[in-house]
Design a protein. Structure first.
Length: 256
């Protein structure tokens, strides 16, 4: 972690940033359907570089992430944090990354030298999340030598040195703002459902139910859960679906 911080212009500034009536910042509040809602919580860490912001969310488990999850209302947490920072007018959102809160273990059937172990370990540290694609922001997030790949950021390059969007998790500034706006739209959708008494059981998949405290109450069974779908990772396609420009939004099997 320290090595990652040292090779970035973004430095930790806020820890456990508390959004609540008696916290560091007020909660995000709104009304709908005759009910009042308040979005409260703590952001594990916020790094800053001038007025630019990087959200860091610590995770202890094996995190799975694909940007397209937000279309089903899943994995909204980093973008909810960005929304809270925006509402508090704290600066310009540039990145949201998940950070493992434990050491990464490596497996090998053969004995490894220290150099080989470091190489395998470095292959596991690339972060999940979303970052702004502008070169100056990427360089500020992680300093790299000419021709070298990013070690920490979810960014890969082609042989000609340009960013490979198919192997990267990136967004332009406008795309990131659209994702944050969509997150707010989802929150409004959820709050309207709560205010309207909508308790329809609509699990997004088995992972949504595995640790749910209400699983026994809604009688969801494994055979009734929707089939797993191929995750959507392409930012442009996610934006097109959000804006209704993706046409059928389906493949030949009738699934997204």
């Amino acid at each position: 972690m320290w090595e990652e911080i040292c090779c970035s212009d973004f430095k930790p500034r806020y820890f456990e940033l508390n959004f609540s009536p008696n916290g560091d910042k007020p909660p995000f509040m709104w009304e709908t359907g005759g009910m009042s809602f308040a979005l409260k919580g703590k952001i594990d860490r916020v790094d800053t570089f001038g007025d630019k912001l990087k959200v860091v969310d610590y995770k202890t488990g094996n995190k799975k992430y694909a940007l397209g999850d937000i279309l089903k209302g899943k994995n909204l947490q980093p973008f909810i944090y960005m929304l809270m920072l925006k509402k508090a007018e704290m600066g310009e959102n540039c990145a949201a990354l998940f950070l493992p809160a434990k050491a990464e273990y490596i497996n090998s059937e053969e004995a490894l030298t220290e150099a080989q172990a470091d190489k395998k370990r470095s292959d596991t540290v690339r972060r999940l999340g979303l970052v702004r694609a502008e070169e100056d922001i990427l360089e500020a997030l992680e300093h790299t030598e000419a021709g070298r790949e990013h070690r920490w950021l979810p960014v890969a390059h082609k042989r000609d040195g340009s960013i490979d969007p198919k192997k990267s998790s990136i967004a332009t500034g406008n795309q990131m703002e659209r994702i944050i706006a969509f997150t707010e739209e989802k929150l409004m959708e959820f709050s309207r459902a709560v205010a309207g008494g909508d308790v329809t059981v609509e699990p997004a998949g088995e992972d949504s139910c595995r640790y749910c405290a209400f699983r026994s109450a809604c009688f969801v069974e494994g055979g009734k859960l929707p089939a797993a779908e191929k995750p959507i990772t392409d930012t442009e396609r996610v934006i097109d679906i959000i804006d209704g420009k993706d046409g059928e939004e389906e493949n030949e099997n009738g699934q997204i």
